[in-house]
Design a protein around this ligand. Structure first.
Ligand SMILES: Cc1ncc(COP(=O)(O)O)c(C=O)c1O
Length: 391
């Protein structure tokens, strides 16, 4: 035991030296949407971080680039092994390779699910506020959208079961879940997820579980329960979606994967691809393998740093920003902040402080905004000071 603790401390010590999250890396003019879409603004919006990815991922990419040939790619054995081993050790689920579907991103998977399971007079259902594509992919399927607000009880965001029962219709076909939830940062409990799976069973819905943020749990007591961890009887209606992209900051490489245990659900999902998706990026496969195989020490350091950022941000908003309110999220590097006294707070801070924030209206919750704290702490504090100065 002592040896184990010493090892942990040693690794933390080494980690603190090796992994530098404080030194800013200039990003303007590198062709990224966060900084270059509105170059006149100071960006804290889209969900990518201002940190270089972990060294093992960079090395894997260099090695693959050095090969020099970038023909059409497919997932290599090393990636498949790394994913199955990650699911086994970190998500505690034994998954056969045949259940895995490789994808060039997670949003295309949401669109595929809507197109695969919903006809024109049918509906997609989800709870808001939520990541905007959840309330957009029904357009791809030319079908309806049903939304129900999450409720806020005893300082916790949860599901409004009564309103969900009232809103669901016989034509509803899929429910899209975001867990951990973007933007509210909740990690739903096993009880809540079983209740949701029962809701889906009762109304014969396919449950699409977007778990892109599942490796970014900041509070160790908030255990992430994946769709693949739910009881066997629900597995014929669950599609679980994961990716290394948010955690290891490689979203621009484009890679995600689905776990679909039921053969006919998997066939329908894959058939919806038609000719709409290109082959997956050859480099992304190698980055994903390195993330799952070697990215754990970096991830641990990242989580400690992000937790520090979150706590500093919450304290700042509560002590320095009258009129704004926040409940600390349990996961992600995204803070969900209420500012309805300012009308549209994102627009207000854009005009007065030159900040680029995510407007709550895009998450179907006007009066709120999302602040991305996946950046060096000093930079985060500069952004927060601008907010405090323009209240
Ligand atoms: C919940 C959620 N799903 C999906 C995505 C994007 O996934 P991808 O870039 O793989 O399409 C994001 C990005 O912020 C997200 O927060």
């Amino acid at each position: 035991m002592l040896e184990f603790i010493c090892l942990l401390h040693h690794r933390r010590y080494i980690g603190a030296v090796i992994f530098d999250f404080d030194t800013p890396i200039p990003r303007r003019g590198t062709g990224n949407i966060k900084y270059d879409r509105r170059p006149e603004l100071d960006p804290f919006w889209v969900a990518d971080m201002d940190f270089a990815s972990c060294p093992e991922i960079l090395e894997a990419l260099h090695r693959r680039v050095d090969h020099g040939i970038f023909g059409y790619a497919q997932a290599h054995d090393g990636l498949n092994d790394a994913i199955l081993s990650y699911l086994d050790t970190r998500r505690r689920a034994t998954v056969p390779l045949s259940h895995i579907v490789h994808l060039g991103g997670l949003v295309p998977a949401l669109s595929l699910a809507a197109r695969a399971f919903c006809h024109a007079d049918e509906a997609v259902m989800t709870c808001t506020p939520v990541y905007p594509p959840f309330i957009g992919v029904h357009h791809d399927a030319h079908c309806e959208l049903i939304t129900v607000d999450h409720s806020f009880e005893d300082n916790t965001w949860t599901f409004d079961w009564e309103s969900m029962e009232k809103a669901v219709t016989p034509k509803t076909r899929i429910f899209i879940l975001c867990n951990p939830q973007n933007p509210i940062g909740r990690v739903f409990t096993r009880e809540e997820l079983i209740q949701l799976a029962e809701f889906c069973e009762r109304h014969d819905l396919i449950l699409i579980s977007d778990e892109i943020h599942c490796d970014l749990i900041l509070d160790p007591e908030a255990e992430h329960v994946s769709g693949i961890n739910l009881p066997e009887r629900f597995q014929n209606r669950i599609i679980t979606l994961m990716a290394p992209s948010k955690t290891w900051n490689i979203a621009g490489l484009g890679y995600a994967f689905a776990i679909i245990p039921d053969d006919s659900v998997r066939r329908r999902f894959c058939a919806a691809r038609g000719h709409t998706l290109s082959e997956i990026n050859a480099l992304s496969y190698y980055a994903a393998e390195a993330a799952y195989r070697h990215g754990e020490p970096w991830r641990q350091e990242l989580l400690a740093y992000l937790k520090g950022n979150r706590d500093t941000l919450v304290e700042f908003i509560r002590s320095r920003c009258p009129g704004l309110s926040i409940e600390p999220g349990q996961a992600t590097y995204l803070a969900w902040i209420k500012g309805s006294s300012l009308g549209n707070p994102a627009q207000h801070f854009e005009k007065t402080a030159g900040l680029f924030l995510s407007d709550g209206a895009f998450f179907q919750w006007p009066g709120w905004f999302r602040f991305n704290f996946g950046c060096p702490r000093a930079r985060m504090l500069e952004g927060l000071e601008k907010i405090a100065a323009h209240l």
